[in-house]
Design a protein. Structure first.
Length: 499
């Protein structure tokens, strides 16, 4: 009888071991803000062997990874990457957008308070994002045993990737000189964060986002979270650490891409490569090589500055949107016999009509919109002017049309999209401006890296077109968890089907 019971017990234990879902100990997502795809290669002869080169040497690179929506900006990129979705479904229409007729910041939440700060920088949460993230789905699949933490200097770059149910999201507040969070996650900073802020962070007033040392500070904070929260060591759970490097974006906006004068962009990417090398070594030591799944991508790319482009006889320029909108509003006032600003706001290329003004004067919304589009088309800096609600029928390239549709969320996006020629910024570029810009549909803004490395990833690459919306379902497929609720993408089978 004992032998029979022992045999049954052994069979049960063997079945339980077989039935256990196989997952890595840790998933690490790294987003490099404004990293064009070609940054993987432009500085390659200057990179060390242990950072970006290691990812390409050991990992799998999607060489034709494209963003399939506009606008290509930070909040949208981070949301889309981790939800596998687009603004049309996850609702983050831009860094700023309209909600209930009022302009808001993407992470604004008046119902939460800052933790570690008394400034408005702490009144943030992911509540305006309508879909779940990889981390949310991982938490659900493990009965919320998995730890999910976001780390970035920018609030939106930490909050949106980590998702709704994250254990924590930390971002930097230069007013206090430290990493903070909000009551969405907790009521008091952990002791290790307080100690980190005191020991590692610069004095209040200094903004690390605009300096290369912001990269180092970000990775140090990520390492502190890894060690102090024992990430990758949760019993019965697979943890997730979402890291975003913000300084690459801020510096490029100020001084331009590698194509612009100066060495600022090169300096920040050399810092990135060194700090990435050190962080990968830490992961190897703390979690174990092969025990973590890592992916590196970007939220968007960046367009070369028009002044630099024109110096080499390349097309480029700027759109004096303020002057154009002033002229359009004057023409509409004359046409409809009403005083006011018919186009009340512009967020990037998205133009917002004043619906209240139109309704109060009992005007036809469609006629006003048609008249505005007609006037805008007189500005030859604009390549296309599109009615958002009629974008599906616009006489423009299909690829651009699909991106507009994917990027439109009724009530949050504007009424009209004004699209400049390739290489043109959507603001007036002065003679001494050398900063980069992004937001457009062009390859400079939409062609980004996506490299997987680590757990169950074999070395290789594909030039098949993959999309921003494909990363999340790929990770979820590998983890055997359900895709995020607003997911529009598909698993990248070259990675998921490796044996």
């Amino acid at each position: 009888m004992k032998k029979i019971l022992m045999s049954v017990f052994m069979c049960f234990m063997a079945f339980a071991a077989w039935a256990q879902v196989e997952r890595p100990r840790l998933v690490v997502g790294i987003v490099i803000d404004q990293m064009r795809w070609d940054y993987l290669y432009y500085y390659q002869d200057k990179y060390g062997d242990g950072g970006l080169k290691r990812l390409l040497r050991e990992g799998f690179s999607c060489e034709n990874q494209m963003i399939n929506y506009v606008p290509t900006v930070t909040a949208v990129g981070h949301s889309s990457l981790y939800t596998g979705s687009a603004p049309s479904a996850h609702g983050i229409a831009s860094n700023d957008f309209y909600l209930d007729g009022k302009r808001i910041y993407c992470c604004d939440d008046p119902n939460v308070k800052g933790v570690g700060t008394t400034s408005k920088a702490g009144n943030m949460s992911p509540k305006n994002m309508l879909g779940t993230t990889i981390g949310d789905q991982l938490r659900i699949a493990t009965d919320f045993k998995s730890k999910v933490i976001g780390v970035a200097l920018k609030d939106r770059a930490s909050i949106l990737p980590a998702g709704h149910s994250a254990n924590a999201a930390y971002w930097y507040d230069k007013e206090v000189g430290g990493f903070i969070t909000s009551t969405w996650y907790m009521n008091e900073l952990p002791e290790w964060v307080k100690k980190f802020d005191k020991k590692e962070c610069p004095k209040p007033g200094y903004d690390p986002k605009v300096h290369p040392d912001g990269v180092t500070l970000t990775f140090k904070m990520a390492e502190a979270a890894l060690k102090n929260e024992q990430m990758g060591k949760t019993e019965g759970g697979c943890d997730m650490l979402c890291i975003s490097v913000s300084s690459t974006d801020a510096i490029s906006h100020r001084t331009g891409t590698w194509f612009s004068p100066g060495k600022e962009n090169e300096e920040v990417y050399m810092t990135l490569d060194r700090d990435l090398t050190a962080f990968l070594n830490t992961l190897d030591a703390e979690v174990g090589k092969g025990n973590y799944l890592l992916f590196l991508s970007a939220d968007h790319g960046g367009t070369h500055n028009p002044n630099t482009a024109k110096a080499h006889r390349l097309p480029g320029g700027g759109w004096d949107s303020a002057a154009t909108l002033k002229n359009v509003n004057s023409a509409l006032c004359a046409q409809f016999g009403v005083e006011g600003k018919f186009i009340k706001d512009a967020i990037g290329a998205s133009l917002y009509l004043d619906h209240e003004l139109i309704n109060q004067n009992k005007l036809c919304y469609e006629k006003v919109k048609e008249a505005a589009i007609k006037e805008l088309r007189k500005d030859h800096t604009l390549q296309w002017v599109v009615d958002y609600e009629k974008a599906a029928y616009a006489p423009i390239p299909e690829w651009v049309r699909e991106r507009i549709i994917n990027g439109y969320y009724y009530g949050r996006s504007g009424d009209i999209m004004a699209i400049t020629h390739p290489g043109f910024f959507d603001w007036k570029v002065g003679p001494n401006d050398f900063g980069a810009q992004h937001g457009a549909w062009t390859p400079a803004d939409t062609h980004i890296p996506l490299v997987f490395m680590g757990w169950h990833v074999k070395h290789g690459y594909t030039n098949r077109k993959t999309f921003m919306t494909d990363a999340a379902p790929t990770v979820c497929s590998m983890l055997h968890v359900e895709m995020p609720t607003a997911c529009l993408g598909n698993p990248i089978v070259e990675i998921t089907d490796q044996k």
